[in-house]
Write a protein that binds this ligand. Structure first.
Ligand code: G6P
Length: 287
């Protein structure tokens, strides 16, 4: 189906079966387990995403890349024993479409295996070009409205989580999971706290334009979102990471800046409609 498009192939990425998409502007890989982007390398540049070197076997979700949290974030709105962040990140995905653009970009479409116990359907588009553009498209095929929370849980590779900052959050109120979900105001750019370096902050009503500035790698990662009302910035810090088999001593190597609708930002998807959440990721050099 996509065999006639130059630039798309099937291979492996971090040991997982993956779709490899190469364009003049960038190369990206998408794991068929979990449907997450595992690698993004702009032409002439370095890897943007972090994936744990401590790979656990499926069905444990992959720790890294851009995990797809769907149809709920964390265990929000759920009752009983349910997996953290929903079912999409442990599903098998297949490629359901591909197309090229005049500028050389390639877009692929992937769909998770049928999750028949869920009332909604999911599709994801990934366009590889000067920016990586990702869309999560949720369709409600029924007649009644349904609610949804979701995230693209981006793990960005950084020189050292304690020396980077995130612009675009200043002045927002965040809910701090490391403080029982209490509300605080973000003063200045996001940085890991010096006294206890860890962060699990959910910013409702966020503006949808963030920059992760990393002087150590001389680069800024720019994240622009649409129809994603929430930002989440997560790094577990040393003590929590020590109890996570796939993070451990590697906690300084990434910061998650997540594109989400979560917490109070619940999405209502009317019957017979599709809701799409988008993000674009691009990199610029810092002089
Ligand atoms: O360990 P996971 O289920 O992948 O979740 C990893 C993290 O995801 C989000 O950032 C949540 O806000 C955190 O509370 C959670 O710890």
């Amino acid at each position: 189906m996509f065999g006639d498009i130059n630039g798309i192939s099937v291979g492996t990425s971090h040991g997982f079966d993956a779709l490899i998409v190469e364009t003049p502007s960038a190369t990206a890989t998408v794991s068929l387990f979990g449907g997450q982007v595992l690698s993004l390398v702009p032409a002439g540049g370095d890897e943007v995403l972090w994936v744990s070197p401590l790979v656990l076997e499926p069905p444990t979700p992959i720790r890294g890349g851009t995990p797809v949290c769907w149809p709920y974030f964390s265990r929000e709105g759920q009752t009983g024993e349910v997996p953290s962040h929903g079912y999409a990140r442990t599903a098998r995905w297949t490629v359901t479409g591909a197309r090229t653009f005049d500028d050389g970009d390639i877009e692929v479409e992937l769909t998770p295996e049928r999750l028949d116990h869920l009332p909604m359907r999911l599709r994801m588009t990934v366009r590889v070009g000067a920016a990586l553009e990702q869309g999560l498209h949720t369709t409600n095929p029924g007649t009644e409205s349904l609610t949804l929370t979701e995230a693209l849980h981006n793990y960005f590779r950084v020189s050292d989580a304690t020396s980077v900052r995130v612009e675009g959050l200043t002045g927002l109120t965040y809910l701090d999971e490391f403080d029982d979900g209490n509300a605080h105001e973000q003063t200045g750019d996001w940085r890991l706290p010096v006294d206890l370096p860890r962060s699990d902050r959910l910013y409702p009503g966020a503006g949808g334009h963030y920059r992760l500035l990393d002087p150590g790698l001389s680069r800024a990662i720019e994240i622009v979102t649409r129809d994603a009302r929430t930002a989440v910035v997560w790094n577990p810090g040393e003590a929590v990471a020590a109890d996570m088999a796939d993070v451990g001593p590697h906690w300084r190597e990434f910061v998650c800046v997540e594109t989400a609708n979560a917490g109070p930002d619940v999405v209502e998807v009317a019957g017979g409609t599709t809701h799409s959440m988008w993000q674009s990721i691009s990199v610029t050099a810092l002089s």
